[in-house]
Design a protein around this ligand. Structure first.
Ligand SMILES: [Zn+2]
Length: 893
């Protein structure tokens, strides 16, 4: 298969020929020479290429790691694509006239040729280290956070000094001479994931949204070709930081930079896997090239102070500040998960104003909003404002509950890690799948539900897991990851491999996630269907639910690993509470029913008013006769905790009319000045209750329910709240003239009596007061936040969230730091030196979140931030494995 790939010399020959045939499009230059004397070739493409350096540019670097052949293969395929299409594809032509591509197909030619001809999985360049070893990892040799090391033999040896290598010096010199570069893509394998650049300051950066959207939109292009989903790994505090990498160097030069990790193997099957990887990435690179201009000096300014003004259960209002110019408008994009693309399908508004109300949203649902300014005339777009995240309010009758496992209730059990399985809990990531060392592995999560009411009616349930690493899922399109509900009664020890592996699944969730859709760095969620929610609900009775996360359990010939790694949010490999697995429930309760007899009944006719009667229709003169009913709601619980879910008035006709004429009876909410005919004629109609009933219908069924819609139910709640009676009017209508047609609706003491039936649940409607005395101080290098919770019997806790850019107005707009009863917490993952905002919200058992108490935080002194340089999880695992001396499995590969 290796012979199917292009050599470095063939690459140069192809490029020379291409330049000869398209001299206005392609320019070649040598930007340096390797240790072994090979030229490092830079291709410049633009229309006209003579003006290339004056346009905003994308920098592409490939195969800096010798064995990662995708870089050079993709670049040649990309150039061929451009040559074949730029004359016919107007978008491509436009992209190339406005932007420039600088492309180094192979930044490590010596290592690449060594990998082609001798050692397939060679990674470094070919420097003679002088001690019998060769090679420097070029992607550890850049100047940002360069790490000095004398261990020349390791694969990630960064060299004797920053930029000690001719390859890294060549690209550095080029970048420094080309300030028109705005975006850099560094192509690697493997993982099907983007690794955007970091500033390693443990905080979100203002370009963070730009990086996420660039990657998400490239990922969208990829998905359009092959259906494969790339992850985006950014936004999580880096625990083991990378040293001296190219992308961080580019980022330090003001360039939006990302690594693209392609495929699941370094040198895959050319016809199948590599051709997919190449084909899917061509439109992605084109997208990045087209975007170069949006980060140039021609681009409008980034929108500022993008925030949410108001959050309802079905709509939200966003606002922002921006320069106003006649040619500027704003694009707003809405997504339902983080790190989503911003494309036509989710563009919800184009506006010139500085606020926008988004409507028809789902209640209790998370939304992510992005905004940018667009120059209409020059067709240049601004960078992105920091994303706004929120959750809409619950519907009036809804509650939500987010369950997290305790430390000892989340871990993985491995077939060959038997002695260690108990220690994995609360410590290691969830390893799910199979590999040679660990054998078959299952994730286990137990949730306890002591606080849930018994009469829960689940409307929605979903499990969320954060895939933190998929590098060990090494097989393209193999296996799927799913969640099973286990019979908790069968399990006495959740850390026992045998018990977990052999437990009968009561149900496996329908939406298993395939390997090429498990996206590292983007939350995965499994939604429960109605049947699955039913089974979940049955488990509530025992107070606990045990879930098994399962992946593939066997490996095909020639493969050693198909393993996903999910964060547990605990232990030193975890990302903290924000990344903890969770089971999110939205539910309502079984309503209670209350029947009300009328407090007063009247018949109001031209001739006069009769009490303790209820008639309506037409009198002897053909004048309308009205029935009037009043109900007192005094028996209902407290108004601020009563949500009426259903209400209807039941009336029964005691007689039948002889006529077949169309007479209809309507129920109205109406308040009369006085109980007399004049007041009826001049009444204020509030609203109709349900639909009318006709004479004909009453002959078939003498009973009729007038059903209150949501507007009328609100009116009922208002009456209850104001301690007023509910007044209803029964009105007859007919298109003809009628006389002597009266229905008597009055009955006493039996089930034919008029009554108002109300179904309701008890639920707090309003949030509690916000916490007070919100303070921050530095303690042991960390920000300690404290507050005073409102003293109220319904208080459940307080919720703290951090946002680098604006004061969070939704508890979901930022990084969650704390939720619970304490009056303080520490910001353990943030960087105290960077100014930021914190908000704290109180919440009740619904939960309704209070208005926030917010603060901006900054310090004058410099706080020392501890950086742990510790062994990685894999290193620890391997060490423990060796210590355990688990006998090697029979090698059948
Ligand atoms: Zn690499």
């Amino acid at each position: 298969m290796k012979q199917q790939y292009i050599s470095y010399q063939q690459t140069i020959d192809f490029l020379k020929q291409a330049m000869g045939e398209h001299p206005h499009l392609i320019r070649l230059q040598t930007i340096g020479e390797t240790w072994e004397g090979r030229p490092i070739i830079m291709v410049t493409m633009s229309l006209d290429v003579a003006y290339a350096d004056e346009k905003p540019a994308l920098l592409y670097t490939g195969t800096i790691h010798a064995r990662e052949w995708i870089g050079i293969e993709l670049s040649i395929a990309f150039i061929k694509h451009v040559i074949d299409n730029y004359k016919v594809d107007p978008k491509l032509l436009d992209t190339l006239s406005r932007n420039t591509l600088y492309m180094v197909p192979c930044l490590n030619p010596d290592g690449f040729e060594y990998s082609r001809n001798h050692f397939s999985f060679w990674r470094k360049n070919r420097r003679d280290n002088g001690d019998g070893t060769f090679g420097v990892d070029l992607n550890r040799n850049f100047g940002v956070r360069f790490k000095q090391s004398n261990d020349t033999s390791v694969n990630t040896y960064g060299g004797p000094a920053p930029f000690s290598e001719p390859e890294t010096r060549a690209i550095k010199d080029f970048v420094e001479r080309h300030p028109n570069i705005t975006i850099a893509l560094d192509y690697h394998s493997q993982g099907n994931v983007f690794f955007p650049a970091h500033k390693f300051n443990h905080e979100a950066e203002v370009e963070g949204t730009d990086l996420n959207v660039l990657c998400a939109n490239m990922a969208r292009e990829i998905e359009r070709v092959t259906g494969r989903r790339y992850g985006i790994h950014r936004g999580k505090p880096p625990t083991n930081l990378i040293h001296g990498s190219g992308r961080e160097y580019y980022y330090s030069q003001g360039i939006i930079g990302t690594v693209v990790e392609v495929g699941t193997r370094n040198i895959p099957d050319y016809l199948i896997n590599m051709s997919q990887s190449v084909d899917e990435n061509i439109p992605a690179v084109l997208y990045a090239l087209k975007s170069a201009t949006n980060y140039s000096k021609h681009a409008p300014k980034r929108v500022e102070n993008f925030t949410v003004e108001n959050i309802g259960s079905n709509e939200v209002t966003l606002s922002w500040d921006a320069e106003t110019a006649p040619d500027l408008y704003f694009e707003i994009y809405r997504a339902e998960r983080g790190k989503s693309p911003c494309v036509d399908e989710n563009l919800v508004a184009i506006t010139r104003t500085q606020s926008y109300t988004d409507v028809q949203l789902k209640s209790g649902h998370r939304y992510f909003y992005n905004i940018r300014a667009v120059d209409r005339v020059r067709k240049v777009k601004s960078p992105w404002a920091p994303e706004v995240q929120l959750k809409t309010l619950l519907a009036k009758d809804e509650f939500s509950h987010t369950a997290f496992p305790m430390k000892a209730q989340v871990g993985y059990v491995g077939e060959r890690t038997l002695k260690r399985n108990a220690e994995h809990f609360g410590h290691n990531s969830l390893f799910v799948g199979v590999n040679r060392n660990k054998g078959c592995c299952f994730g286990v999560i137990m949730f306890q539900f002591g606080s849930l009411p018994i009469d829960v009616l689940l409307r929605k349930a979903s499990l969320a897991l954060y895939p933190m690493d998929r590098v060990n899922a090494k097989i393209e399109r193999y296996g799927e990851w799913s969640i099973s509900i286990l019979d908790e009664a069968e399990i006495t020890d959740i850390t026992s491999y045998d018990q977990i592996a052999n437990a009968q699944a009561l149900q496996t969730l329908g939406n298993a996630i395939e390997s090429d859709k498990l996206t590292q760095g983007i939350w995965s969620s499994w939604n429960f269907t109605e049947i699955e929610r039913g089974i979940l609900s049955q488990q509530f009775a025992s107070g606990r639910v045990i879930l098994r996360i399962e992946g593939p359990t066997s490996l095909p010939q020639g493969h050693d690993s198909q393993m996903m790694q999910f964060d547990i949010g605990y232990g030193r490999f975890g990302g903290g509470i924000h990344y903890r697995p969770s089971l999110q429930l939205i539910y309502t309760k079984q309503p209670k029913t209350m029947e009300f007899s009328p407090a007063a009944l009247s018949t109001i006719a031209q001739a006069g008013v009769k009490h303790e009667q209820l008639q309506s229709g037409f009198d002897a003169q053909g004048d309308k006769v009205y029935g009037s009913l009043a109900f007192s709601l005094a028996g209902l619980p407290k108004p601020d905790e009563t949500v009426i879910t259903t209400a209807y008035v039941k009336l029964s006709a005691q007689n039948k009319l002889n006529t077949n004429k169309d007479i209809r009876f309507t129920m109205e909410l109406a308040e009369l000045e006085d109980l007399d005919y004049q007041s009826v004629r001049s009444r204020d109609q509030i609203e109709f209750v349900g639909y009318e009933v006709s004479n004909t219908q009453l002959k078939e069924n003498s009973s009729h329910d007038f059903v209150f819609d949501s507007y009328c139910r609100n009116q009922l709640e208002q009456c209850h709240s104001d301690n007023r009676d509910v007044f209803l009017l029964l009105r007859p209508t007919t298109p003809s003239q009628e006389k002597n047609a009266l229905i008597d609706w009055f009955a006493q003491g039996d089930n034919k009596q008029a009554k108002l039936v109300i179904e309701y649940i008890e639920r707090r409607k309003q949030p509690l007061p916000p916490p007070t005395d919100f303070k921050a101080e530095i303690e042991n290098g960390k920000v300690k936040l404290s507050w005073t919770s409102p003293s109220h019997q319904d208080l459940v806790g307080c919720y703290v969230v951090r946002n680098r850019f604006h004061p969070p107005r939704s508890p979901f707009d930022g990084v969650k730091l704390y939720g619970g009863k304490d009056g303080y917490t520490y910001d353990s993952f943030g960087n105290a030196n960077i100014p930021k905002y914190y908000s704290v919200f109180s919440y009740d058992d619904v939960p309704n979140y209070s208005q926030p108490a917010s603060m901006m935080f900054s310090v004058d002194e410099v706080i020392h931030i501890e950086e742990d340089v510790i062994e990685t999880q894999e290193e620890e695992e391997e060490r423990l494995q060796r210590e355990d001396e688990v006998p090697e499995p029979v090698n059948n590969n």
